[in-house]
Write a protein that binds this ligand. Structure first.
Ligand SMILES: *[C@@H]1O[C@H](CO)[C@@H](O)[C@H](O)[C@H]1NC(C)=O
Length: 269
């Protein structure tokens, strides 16, 4: 949603060279998710004048733990009570059953999304009872690679175009996005940029996916990039940043989950 954009950009303004300021990502070019698909998708809710409004996506990776983007959290004082979690819903806000958080762990190296480490773990006060509609997504092994031929999707309740909110009844959207190799992606981000070619923009802890017109948008941040590997879904990325909701020709940039599986497992075990 647009609020995420407004909340995060001022924070970035001070520390990041202007030519590198890219809009926070956010699903464009998608279609409605089917009931039963993406059972790990959650909605991160933030209190806005008494209303628990959707601010970001996230994924259930353990009955007590959610993975999301750090930039979804750092805009507040990181108080668990500032947030609530809604598990997989077909239509956002329909029969809400919000779950409180016990703990928030932001990756200690996180500064801003352009430096990577855009990841946070949220612990629920009580573990979720898994069932047919509520399930966890598996994390990959650290050695797992994700390639352009794999089937990967990103899902969310974010904007359908820059500045255009998802219309009522706010049905969860999905879009298939091809993974792009890091070198090509880095090259594309250097076009029309004053950052020298020798200075990487796409870092080792980031993974690119998507193409023009097929990308996440405001409000999708924190959601999972899910890829099918030998018949099961693995979380390859976390929606982190990109440009203008698919209007440009560059892919979206995601936190590369394989770079952090050890860190994640250390905390959730
Ligand atoms: C699964 O669990 C959720 C929340 O715990 C509940 O709202 C939902 O009705 C359950 N679904 C089924 C199919 O049991």
């Amino acid at each position: 949603m647009i609020c995420l954009l407004l909340l995060t950009l001022p924070l970035l303004g001070n520390s990041v060279p202007l030519n590198q300021v890219k809009k926070e990502v956010k699903i464009v070019g998608g279609s409605d998710a089917q009931e039963g698909e993406w059972p790990w998708q959650i909605s991160l809710r933030k209190n806005w004048n008494g209303f628990w409004r959707h601010s970001c996506g996230g994924s259930l990776i353990h009955p007590s733990w959610i993975l999301t983007a750090a930039h979804c959290i750092v805009t507040s004082k990181n108080e668990p009570s500032d947030f609530m979690i809604q598990l997989r819903q077909q239509n956002l806000y329909e029969n809400d059953h919000l779950l409180p958080l016990e703990e928030i762990i932001i990756h200690p190296n996180y500064n801003n999304h352009l430096e990577g480490f855009d990841m946070a773990l949220l612990k629920l006060q009580s573990p979720v009872q898994l069932n047919k509609t509520i399930q966890i997504i598996r994390l990959p092994e650290a050695f797992q690679t994700f390639t352009p031929d794999m089937e990967c999707w990103v899902t969310g309740w974010g904007n359908i175009e820059s500045g255009v909110h998802l219309p009522s009844p706010y049905t969860l959207k999905k879009v298939q996005v091809p993974v792009m190799d890091a070198l090509t992606c880095d090259h594309q981000y250097h076009l029309d940029s004053s950052v020298p070619e020798s200075q990487r923009i796409i870092l080792d802890n980031m993974i690119c996916a998507g193409r023009a017109g097929k990308n996440p948008c405001q409000g999708d941040s924190g959601g999972a990039l899910a890829c099918k590997v030998q018949g099961s879904w693995l979380q390859a990325g976390i929606v982190s940043w990109g440009e203008f909701c698919g209007g440009f020709h560059r892919p979206g940039v995601y936190t590369r989950v394989t770079a952090f599986v050890d860190w994640i497992n250390q905390h959730i075990q």
